[in-house]
Structures are given as structure tokens and as C-alpha cells.
Design a protein around this ligand. Structure first.
Ligand code: BTN
Length: 360
């Protein structure tokens, strides 16, 4: 979910894409970034999951992760601190009481095998912002398909000046690095495709939930925001160097402060969701959208058309647009060939390049 200084204006987009200089991204990353998760934690969880019905000895785990038994005990204590329910102690061995809903690469990787996201998965228990970390890594040459996942963000960023409140293990905080051969002017389509991917992933996990797409890429359930996407790119005039697509989904929040127009999938459906299942579906769906977009001849038109079909905002909605310090009202009239929103006003049709869209 999000709040921030611009919260009341934050149901739309202020800038569809933000271009950040490499150096600034790097120093921001240094300031915010915390240590990635010790890979041995994921390894232990995977081992315990694979032997879910038996107690696994400390010696076996120590062998598997190439450590000592006392180190295993220390790591198990760390896992418990993170909410993983492990029974046992060094003398008896260890057993999982329930499958943990943590976004560990060891758990996610098998689910996304065959996609561009299976190779470079990075997990953080706590980080400033996955987008900041991904932008810095991309500037340092991280490969396309790198994924940055966090249980908690301490400086989660939304569009404009907004922050994205990212409480521990209730939401999905995910950023991916893409390196499409596209001119910067075509990148909005990619951002729309990311919204379609989230919409489809949510629907795959629970077909009762049909999230509405609010241009350019917020997702709403019952009129309240359930997902926001922050696409940031580093580009030359004619060529994109890299794009980071950051996705925040409100999954298991039980409430929101005051009267924020936000909801979570749990509030909408009355049940806890598996974040693991949802991120698996999301990365697969994003992989499909992305491959189609960079390979397919009619891909732009397909994204545009599906966005129009799956959004109540793009045609015939009375809206108020706030853009570059001014505002106007009109009725939405579709998307142009690059995905920009068309709004009919008393002065003719206006193309919205960026800005906040609100219902009138
Ligand atoms: C919005 O304002 O609607 C966009 C919110 C995007 C939030 C996500 S959470 C993962 C990634 N890391 C960030 O700091 N922001 C994005």
C-alpha cells in the first residue's frame, strides 16, 4: 500500500516513466540497500520443505550447507525470528510446522523455471527500495531478468513524491530488470503490459477477483488500490539501456490507516493469500507479456486492445486530469497507438502523457 506527502493525489500517475541518472541511482542504493538474504537460509527452508514429514538432523543440514551444527542452530534461530515456524533443536533435529510464505529464491526459482526470471533472483529481508537496488544493479551491468524481492522496504517509492508503505511480509515488493530493444518513446506499452500481467496473475490465483486497470497501471479492487507499478528507465535519446519495473501488491494487509482508498487481496476476499503462489504466477505472466512484446509483430496492438477491454477507465469515464500543475476535465476516449490516454474535452481531444487521473 502507499502513503506519502502526495497521498491524496496518488490514485494516478504523475510521470509515466522516470529517467534517473546512473550516479544518483548508485548513491541512493548505497544509502538504502541492506544485505541480501544469506543464501543458506533459503537452502535450509528448501531442505526442510523437501523432508516435510520427517525430522532432519542438524548434522544433515550442516553437511548440505557446508557449515557446522552450531551455525545451523544460529541460522534456524534467524529463520524463527523471521516468522518461519521450525520445531526442534540441535539434539533432536528440525522440522517445519508449516510451509513459510517467504519469497526466497530457493522457493520461487522452481516455480518460474523456463522464464527469463529464473536465474538471477535476489531476496532481502529488509531493504530501502527494491527499485533503487535494481536500478543500481542494472547500471552496474546486472542481466536482463534479474529480480529483486523484499519482505520489507524501509524507503519504498511510489510515483511522483509518494512513498510506498511496505510492511514486513504482508505485501509483494518486487522489481525486475528488463533490457528491451525499444526506443524510449515506446516504453509506456511495456508499463501497460506489466499491469495486464498483474491483473492476470491475480485472476489465475483466485478467479473471483477481477481487478480493474486504471491507466496507466494502477490496479483497483472495488474501487480501491491494490497494486501500484513504478517503471523507471535509463535511456539514451533513441535507445533504452534498461528499465526497472517495480510492482507493489497489497496482499495480506488486514487494515489500512484511516480512510486510505486502498485495499488488499485479503480484505477483498476474506482469506489469507499465498504470496509465494502469487509471485510465481506474476513472474510467469510478466515473462509471457514481455516475450510477446519484444518478439511479436502485433504485440503493441494486442496490449493496447487488452488494456482497453480490461479497464473501466479508458473509454467513456468522466475524469479529471492533473498534469504539470494544471487540471482539466473530460471523458476518456481510448488509447493512442503508443498507449497514451485520450480525453475529450470541450476544446477537443487531449492526449495525456503523464499525470493523475481521477474519476469525476
Ligand atoms: C505507485 O505509486 O503506485 C507505484 C508504487 C510502486 C511500489 C513498488 S514496491 C516494489 C518497488 N520498489 C519501490 O520502491 N517501489 C516499487
Amino acid at each position: 500500500m502507499w502513503f506519502g506527502p502526495g497521498f491524496a493525489d496518488n490514485s494516478g500517475i504523475t510521470r509515466a516513466l522516470t529517467i534517473r541518472p546512473q550516479k544518483a541511482a548508485r548513491s541512493r542504493a548505497a544509502a538504502h540497500e541492506l544485505q541480501p538474504t544469506d543464501l543458506r537460509l533459503g537452502h535450509i527452508v528448501r531442505l526442510l520443505m523437501e523432508h516435510a514429514t520427517v525430522v532432519v538432523s542438524g548434522t544433515k543440514i550442516a553437511q548440505e550447507i557446508d557449515s557446522s551444527r552450531s551455525e545451523v542452530w544460529r541460522l534456524i534461530q534467524q529463520l524463527r525470528g523471521l516468522g518461519v515456524d521450525v520445531a526442534g533443536h540441535p539434539a533432536t533435529g528440525y522440522q517445519l510446522r508449516s510451509v513459510p510464505d517467504l519469497l526466497l529464491p530457493e522457493i520461487i526459482r522452481p516455480m518460474v523455471r523456463g522464464t527469463i526470471f529464473a536465474k538471477d533472483l535476489h531476496h532481502f529481508y529488509k531493504i530501502g527500495s527494491t527499485n533503487t537496488a535494481a536500478m543500481a544493479a542494472a547500471a552496474d551491468g546486472a542481466p536482463e531478468g534479474s529480480v529483486f524481492l523484499a519482505e520489507e522496504q524501509t524507503a519504498g517509492r511510489g510515483r511522483g513524491a509518494n512513498t510506498w508503505h511496505s510492511a514486513r511480509s504482508t505485501g509483494i515488493y518486487c522489481s525486475v530488470i528488463l533490457r528491451p530493444l525499444l526506443p524510449p518513446s515506446d516504453v509506456l506499452i511495456l508499463s501497460l503490459a506489466a499491469g495486464l500481467a498483474v491483473q492476470s496473475a491475480i485472476h489465475q490465483v483466485d478467479s473471483r477477483v477481477s481487478a480493474d486497470l486504471k491507466w496507466p497501471n494502477d490496479l483497483l479492487v472495488e474501487g480501491k488500490k491494490v497494486c501500484g507499478i513504478l517503471a523507471e528507465m535509463n535511456a539514451e535519446a533513441t535507445r533504452v539501456r534498461h528499465i526497472v519495473v517495480g510492482i507493489g501488491i497489497n496482499v495480506n494487509q488486514a487494515s489500512f490507516p484511516n480512510d486510505l482508498p486502498a485495499t488488499s487481496l485479503r480484505l477483498a476476499t476474506g482469506r489469507e493469500w499465498s504470496r509465494v503462489e502469487l509471485i510465481g504466477a506474476l513472474l510467469k505472466s510478466l515473462d509471457r507479456e514481455y516475450r510477446t512484446l519484444v518478439n511479436g509483430a502485433d504485440a503493441y496492438e494486442s496490449v493496447r486492445q487488452r488494456f482497453v477491454e480490461n479497464s473501466t477507465w479508458v473509454i467513456g469515464k468522466r475524469v479529471r486530469i492533473e498534469e504539470n500543475g494544471s487540471a482539466f476535465e473530460g471523458t476518456t476516449e481510448g488509447l493512442d497507438s503508443r498507449g497514451f490516454l485520450q480525453v475529450r474535452t470541450s476544446h477537443g481531444v487531449h492526449t495525456v502523457l503523464s499525470g493523475t487521473v481521477r474519476e469525476r
